[in-house]
Design a binder for this molecule. Sequence first.
Ligand SMILES: O=C(O)C1=C[C@@H](OP(=O)(O)O)[C@@H](O)[C@H](O)C1
Ligand SMILES: C=C(OP(=O)(O)O)C(=O)O
Length: 409
Amino acid sequence: MIEISALKSPINNQLAITGSKSESNRLLLLNQLFENVLKLENVSNSEDSQLMQKALANKTDLIDIHHAGTAMRFLTAYFSIQEGKKVTLTGSERMKQRPIKVLVDALNELGAEISYQENEGYPPLSIFGKKLNKKSITIPSNISSQYITALCLIGTKLKNGLTINLDGKIISVPYIQMTIQLLNKVGIEAKFEGNTIQIPFTENIKVQTLQVESDWSSASYYYSLIALSKNSQIKISTYFEDSLQGDSSLQHIYADNFGVTSSFENGILKLKNDENFIPKPFVELNLINTPDIAQTIAATCVGLKMKCNLTGLETLKIKETDRLVALKNELEKFGAIVIITNDSLMIDGYHDFQKIPTLATYNDHRMAMCMAPLAQIHSIRIENEMVVEKSYPTFWEDWKQLGFEIKSI
Ligand SMILES: O=C(O)C1=C[C@@H](OP(=O)(O)O)[C@@H](O)[C@H](O)C1
Ligand SMILES: C=C(OP(=O)(O)O)C(=O)O
């Protein structure tokens, strides 16, 4: 457990953040499918991306992907087309509770041979790699976009390509768009129009160098920190105005609601606390396109004692933990009155609170990181702080560099 106390002086620092976990995991898989012709720069050093790399290089028949949901979903599709190869794909106890039926059903319908080793619909999976023959599939799109990305990535290697029809509400849309844009970037003419995705069979892609942009979900903790820190600014790299990551909408969300301005210069993103900003009485946001920044935004509201209604949160229940329950439990330790439903979180006011809150992290990197900025309001304690490694291994080192006093207790 660690204890973090508020900074005494304003922030004026610069940090380099590791590459996007989402972009990295897509590009690592594509590279494997296309004989490693891509030279990737600024690949994420997250545990999840390292697990992805290790799994792709694995020669044994047992792969443990721990907590890495994206890797679990992408690799299920990948191994289902490795003809003649048998693998067991498993993960942490939590991974065994994260649903994968929609993807397994779709792959099996395309001709794959995947079965469940424990509970129907959940990892661990037995996968026997085969040639998939069908060329179109309809898949529910309201549970996880990762299933759809997984199909898009392997669709490039199916003899007749793949048409994916999305059935129902489409959640986490920017992540699907990121996949299509990355395919386009390497020269694959994938299309996403309405509720149909078309992926052409692709023999080869060109040898090329691609730079992964830094991770915008990781940037969210600095938006929150600057929102809670008067007279402060921070520069983080490497970010661009024209991003493939949906979480880059942080720029607008934090400008409109929390008085943080963003400006870009040569890959450096400068975040600044706007002294003239007039706080809004109430924050109302639908986060269906940006689920990974919901925890940060809820915590910022608590730091600023703002009321809010955050909606579009139905996917939070099946992530690293039930993030809605975890947020309610932990934000209430700051006196917040938190009401959750299946798809929303509302903060309806604040009680006084006195003692140093000790915050649980639920094996969820984002529960630890989203709470860190609240140290600016009140000293806090965070349990199992190393959960951050899942996406941002140097998080605490970077916070020490900002001047935070972080004691192990
Ligand atoms: O494709 C991706 O890289 C991701 C998609 C999102 O998941 P869902 O589509 O399950 O919401 C997001 O929460 C996750 O962190 C990364
Ligand atoms: C949900 C997340 O990751 P994954 O689904 O890849 O485990 C996340 O990083 O917030």
